[in-house]
Design a protein around this ligand. Structure first.
Ligand code: ZN
Length: 344
């Protein structure tokens, strides 16, 4: 869902040019001993994710978000390593911002074939383990579509989208990360900041020496990431996300290495824009519910402003939209509304 206006400043003209024309960018130096590498994503929506290679003082290489698991990407990673006079044997660790396949994807393979240690936040690992243990049945899925009020004529499309959807990657991390942890990279100080919202255990990585922050899918330059896409949580993804945007205030002057699109600066303005986008949506949901408290999730979604237009959303994107509207409904109810005291 690309917004029409780019408010951030791309820090690499070459990357911006590639992104603008829908091409994969070349390997890009982010800061000393740190590179961005585009990894192809199958399908029609996003062309690539960005993996990051961080070289330690001992020459070992640490990968952030290795990208979709494919032969093409494995070869691309090998080529990028060759460019910096390294090989797959030099990959010491893989750290993932979150467990989505376009970020986590190759982690297992790098563990098996290169002996790389895999790290993710302990909260993300818990969510992943819970999803693996409780895969919803067809009946659970049908019950959820009923609960959202999906009309009969759209059921086959959404059921098919769900069965085609990417399975959550299986796997366990070798190292569980907590807020403030420093990655084990010789001569570098790269620190974990937990940023739940997109998924419940999403993390960002801060390189204060070089004024760079790696943001995964938490903050992207033009895309509004979906929220609550990491399994069931006890907290509300909208509230988590807005709070996680505030957590990045100390890094407003840093260069941002996002999980997709291009490197940029202007984090302060982008944080405001992202918070406004989601809070505006919550406020739209609040107004609709105040006017008609009995609206179903589907009816609300159909009345909300969507960047791509509700009528243009299909399959997985409809499911994602409905899941997010149900989070907004919960957020609006939890944060209270003028009618809440009337028992609505
Ligand atoms: Zn994601």
């Amino acid at each position: 869902m690309t917004g029409p206006v780019v408010t951030v400043q791309a820090t690499s003209a070459a990357m911006l040019a590639a992104w603008s024309s829908g091409r994969m960018p070349d390997v890009e130096l982010v800061c000393p001993d740190t590179w961005a590498v585009a990894m192809a994503i199958p399908g029609e929506h996003l062309t690539y994710s960005l993996a990051y290679l961080i070289r330690g003082a001992d020459g070992r290489v640490h990968v952030v978000d290795p990208g979709w698991d494919s032969e093409q990407n494995f070869a691309a990673l090998g080529d990028a390593l060759a460019l910096i006079d390294r090989s797959l044997r030099d990959v010491a660790t893989v750290t993932v911002t979150h467990f989505h396949s376009d970020h986590f994807g190759m982690a297992g393979r790098l563990n098996r074939e290169c002996g790389a240690e895999v790290a993710m936040s302990s909260r993300e690992q818990s969510a992943l383990s819970l999803m693996e243990a409780n895969r919803p049945s067809a009946e659970d899925d049908a019950r959820q579509l009923d609960g959202w009020g999906v009309p009969r004529n759209r059921r086959p499309e959404l059921e098919a989208a769900r069965s085609r959807g990417p399975a959550a990657p299986r796997g366990a991390a070798d190292r569980l990360l907590e807020e403030g942890d420093v990655l084990p990279i010789a001569g570098r100080q790269i620190q974990v900041v937990l940023t739940p919202g997109h998924t419940s255990g999403h993390l960002c990585l801060v390189d204060s020496d070089n004024h760079v922050i790696f943001t995964g899918d938490h903050v992207l330059p033009t895309i509004y990431s979906g929220l609550g896409l990491g399994g069931a949580t006890e907290t509300n993804p909208i509230a988590d996300y807005v709070a996680s945007l505030d957590c990045l205030a100390p890094y407003d002057q840093f260069v941002v290495g996002p999980g997709h699109e291009f490197l940029f600066s202007g984090l302060a303005a982008r944080r405001r824009e992202l918070a406004d986008h989601h809070l505006r949506r919550s406020s739209e949901v609040r107004k609709l519910l105040e006017a008609a408290p009995g609206l179903t999730t589907w009816e609300i979604a159909a009345r909300i402003t969507w960047t791509a237009g509700w009528e243009n959303l299909r399959g997985f994107y409809v499911l994602s939209a409905l899941a997010q509207i149900s989070s907004h409904v919960e957020y609006v109810r939890a944060s209270g509304s003028p009618q809440a005291s009337d028992g609505t």
